[in-house]
Ligand binder design. Structure first.
Ligand code: ATP
Ligand code: MG
Length: 472
């Protein structure tokens, strides 16, 4: 179905300048370029898009050559990131329907039952649309004329709240099991239903997810929990019995109400932060997800201590043990690994009986103090005995938050000042160039005048000489 610009609500004003420019430049180089995927789906639902994805028939290398500020990402599935300051526009080359065949003509699998497809590039959207995951993600917008093209009934599914996988579900999940997680994520994000054919194979095929690279799983887990619909994602993952696959060290814990209630409450609070435009950091998410496990090991290990404080080495060791197990499913980058461990250390040190003012200052001036206080507040909701600590640290938290805000404002002011300086320098340069041009033009007209004068003078002199009979 093709809708002309007057038949749907999307206009070019819905997209960032960077996204429109990328399409325009590609089209001016003779390629086709469409906005597609999440941004079109979200705009049609009245949701502000998170980012803009572009599909084109230009190969990644060509796109990279056209845009000086761009980089090719990925080896098997190459995509290009075109950079405009902080904004990244993701450009994907059309895929074709052609399967990747071995020389003997059989379909190539990667040794884990995952079919290796999507490697051959296509020329048009009528092929590319078959390689996309769900019908609602396969609607294309052409900013040149405002047309909207829908090959798989995505508009109908959007209207009826349905997530429907394109093609044969079992084949599509086998090709890329991450589509199972994506189906769950869109269900949680949009509050849609999975069509029966999309839902049925999940139980049988979900174990394929263990073959997905841990780095990719880390990204997927972040998208599930940190994009403003974390609480709904948690419930869906539990309903589809997928959480145990994402958290291998927690098999015994994920069915536990203590784990569920705490994580659900924490995600509700991070969803509210997203709604207010605040950031949620992956290290805090993992500290929350793994908290009950870490605490239960600490309790077992130091039952004799009978307290809520634990020696620092024990906390570091326990955090490492739990994080290593988690790494079997999601590759946690080493910087985040360190952040989580430090957050736990600081959190448990909040309960130590202070000896000196110095020690208290050390804790409250730590860069992770506010995060540890946030964790404390979440825990206090379930452990009333922690309430006095929440009260005690509140003034320190408020002071620290105020300092951070002042620092942030200063940074913004400094950045704006720098921008202004750049703008002033540019204007001065333009003015200078303009005045130079004006001077040049003046001097040219002056030299023109004087040449004319000279001609006139010579003519007069010649006339005078003739009159005086001076010329031979
Ligand atoms: P959002 O960005 O809001 O999370 P999205 O649908 O834009 O959602 P992206 O990961 O940005 O998700 O992918 C962009 C588009 O690329 C998708 O809409 C879909 O058309 C296609 N796509 C992404 N991942 C897959 C996949 N695993 N299989 C098939 N198509 C995919
Ligand atoms: Mg997207």
């Amino acid at each position: 179905m093709v809708l002309t610009s007057d038949q749907h609500p999307i206009t070019n004003s819905n997209f960032s300048k960077a996204a429109l420019k990328t399409c325009d430049v590609l089209q001016k180089h003779g390629f086709s370029a469409y906005l597609v995927g999440g941004c079109i789906r979200d705009l049609l639902l009245g949701i502000k898009p998170k980012d803009f994805d572009i599909a084109t028939n230009a190969t990644p290398e060509k796109v990279h050559n056209i845009f000086s500020s761009s980089r090719i990402i990925g080896r098997r599935f190459k995509i290009v990131h075109v950079l405009y300051g902080n904004e990244i526009i993701e450009v994907t080359t059309f895929r074709s329907n052609e399967q990747t065949k071995s020389r003997r003509g059989t379909t190539v699998s990667d040794g884990h039952g995952m079919l290796v497809r999507d490697n051959s590039y296509g020329q048009d959207i009528d092929e590319d649309c078959n390689r996309r995951d769900f019908t609602i993600n396969a609607i294309y917008y052409d900013p040149k004329d405002g047309t909207l093209t829908d090959f798989h009934g995505g508009l109908y599914d959007l209207k009826h709240g349905i997530i429907d996988i394109i093609g044969d579900p079992e084949v599509r999940y086998a090709e890329d099991p991450v589509r199972i997680i994506r189906a769950i994520r869109f269900k949680a994000k949009l509050g849609f239903k999975l069509s029966k054919r999309t839902e049925d194979p999940i139980a049988k095929q979900k174990s394929l997810l263990i073959n997905i690279s841990n780095a990719r799983m880390f990204e997927e887990v972040n998208k599930l929990f940190l994009s403003g619909h974390g609480q709904a994602s948690l419930n869906e993952l539990i309903d589809y019995d997928l959480l145990r696959l994402l958290m291998p060290g927690q098999r015994s814990v994920v069915t536990d109400s203590e784990f569920h209630d705490f994580v659900s409450y924490a995600l509700e609070s991070s969803d509210a932060r997203t709604a207010r435009g605040q950031m949620n950091k992956p290290y805090f998410l993992y500290a929350v997800l793994l908290f009950t496990k870490v605490r239960s090991i600490l309790e077992q290990q130091s039952a004799s201590l009978g307290s809520i404080t634990y020696p620092e080495e024990l906390v570091v060791q326990t955090a490492q043990q739990v994080l290593n197990t988690q790494n079997a499913a999601t590759d946690i980058p080493s910087a985040i690994y360190y952040d989580i461990s430090s957050l736990y250390v600081l959190y448990f040190s909040l309960f130590s009986p202070f000896i000196t003012q110095e020690e208290l200052e050390k804790i409250t001036s730590n860069s992770r103090f506010r995060a540890s206080y946030d964790l404390l507040k979440l825990r206090a909701h379930f452990e009333p005995s922690l309430e006095p600590y929440v009260e005690f640290y509140k003034p320190y938290y408020d002071e620290s938050a105020l300092k951070a805000e002042t620092l942030r404002q200063k940074k913004i002011a400094k950045r704006n000042e720098k921008r202004q300086q750049k703008r002033d320098a540019m204007n001065a340069f333009k003015k200078d160039a303009q005045s130079k041009n004006e001077k040049k033009a003046k001097s040219e007209s002056f030299s023109k005048d004087s040449a004319q004068d000279r001609q006139e003078r010579l003519a007069k002199a010649r006339a005078w000489r003739i009159a005086m009979n001076l010329d031979p």
